[in-house]
Design a protein. Structure first.
Length: 175
């Protein structure tokens, strides 16, 4: 086991503050790196040419592109008029739109599993977003069009350890 050096000049609050600063710095570096990778990937129209993408009629399907034990990168094919559940993630979630468009709806929790809409946005080719699981980051993705949409997602989890990036699902509150 490695040894830790102790600095007599730092008190507990200073040590924990320093840890927080380092964690925020690492998180920022990770998100910057993921955003940069997505910019490169979605900026290439031929990025998925020649790859067999899983597809699901009336739904969405993930095709694993890369996994290194710490993150999983998927191409997701969204059939026309499909949608995810309302959910949040147990890990970082970054995505970029390759083709088509998706509506992303953000929600605010008003109870244990109840949510209300807080924001809606249309995501088109070239759009990139990155969030940490500092939550709640509750959202839903919907392909409202008659055309297929393709996105690339970078999740901060090993697909061999978790079947999905979804932490929890919610229900839309009826007010």
């Amino acid at each position: 086991m490695g040894s830790m050096s102790h600095s007599p000049s730092l008190n507990e609050a200073e040590i924990l503050h320093e840890l927080g600063e380092r964690t925020r710095s690492l998180s920022h570096e990770y998100l910057t790196s993921a955003r940069h990778a997505l910019q490169q990937l979605v900026g290439r129209p031929d990025i998925l040419a020649g790859r067999h993408l899983e597809r699901r009629e009336n739904g969405y399907a993930r095709t694993l592109l890369f996994n290194d034990g710490q993150m999983s990168v998927y191409a997701i094919a969204w059939s026309p008029l499909c949608q995810t559940t309302i959910h949040d993630h147990h890990c970082s979630c970054c995505f970029g739109m390759v083709s088509g468009s998706l509506e992303e709806i953000w929600f605010r929790s008003i109870g244990e599993d109840q949510v209300v809409v807080s924001e809606r946005a249309n995501r088109t080719p070239g759009y990139i977003a990155c969030v940490l699981p500092s939550g709640p980051n509750i959202h839903q993705m919907i392909n409202n069009s008659a055309e297929e949409a393709i996105s690339i997602h970078i999740y901060g989890f090993d697909h061999n350890m978790h079947a999905s990036s979804i932490l929890r699902e919610y229900k839309l509150a009826s007010l």
